[in-house]
Design a protein around this ligand. Sequence first.
Ligand SMILES: Cc1cc2nc3c(=O)[nH]c(=O)nc-3n(C[C@H](O)[C@H](O)[C@H](O)COP(=O)(O)O)c2cc1C
Length: 319
Amino acid sequence: MTEASLSPTAPSPADSAPIDLRVQLGRLALRNPILAASGTFGYAREMAGLVDFSLLGGILPKTVTKAPRPGNAPWRTVETSSGLLNSIGLDNDGIDAFLELHLPYLATLPTAIIVSIAGRSHDEFVAMTAQLDGRPGIAAVELNISCPNVSGGVDFGTDPALCGRLVADCRNATRLPIIAKLTPNVTSIVTIARAAAEGGADAISLINTVLGMAIDWRKRKPLLGNVIGGLSGPAIKPIALRCVYQAAQAVRTPLIGIGGIATIDDVMEFLVAGATAVQIGTANYYDPTVTTKLANALPAALQEAGVKQVSDLTGTLRK
Ligand SMILES: Cc1cc2nc3c(=O)[nH]c(=O)nc-3n(C[C@H](O)[C@H](O)[C@H](O)COP(=O)(O)O)c2cc1C
């Protein structure tokens, strides 16, 4: 991100006092709280020409793994009521190809690049984190310990001991801020959030997709090639809001809310529930410009809420 591209404040519509849009996620400072979620924004090249990247707080490219992965058998996506089911299976070219082919472009963009990684083991996660250390153009690392569509993809997001140790060792493997991305497919989101916080995460993202499936009863067949997949979109927003709210009661680590966000009201609800920032996923598929629309709409909504900076709204739910 260049100095010139930073515009941490936006003129407030009704008076001359600018509203401070900057957010702090542990050691990660962002110009505003609107981020594009991993797996729904490609490697950003696909969005060039549609999206003014300088309006966004940050971008999370598709999760990368150590080795290339072909992903799961088709069909990989199915639309459901108010949602999208996917079982992509972390289709990607591997971290070496990412560093060679995608990072050089991403590093030129006037926004923070948060690299999402998934390892098959503890050691692979730590090694990948170390590999990203010191690379120009990377603002932070998000640990995807919550992918429901690969074997073992959620182990580190469902076992608090594994989660805490993984976050701590990744934390020690790099100077970059570390974000842990959690799955909602657990009995207690609070237990896992506490483990990530105690491991030293700079921020906690929640949520990844909710386990689901779809069936063609006439053929007696599942609609997804992988049978079971992850549900996203407006259908999961109440689940995501609940997870953010519960985690916010339990940890002081900044939270990034994800799940069904498509409108400025959705963004504001997540902030009130306890999020410091948000990521937008599925909505990018039906409106590729949604992230910039939300960033543009934020100052007026904060003005309506009567706050001068985003952080004043975080966790202000009245009961
Ligand atoms: C097609 C698709 C692919 C996804 N791929 C990834 C991924 O590679 N890594 C990741 O952390 N999350 C991935 N996600 C999950 C999203 O980042 C997000 O956590 C989830 O979809 C909930 O947000 P939403 O309702 O705004 O989509 C994917 C979601 C979809 C719909």
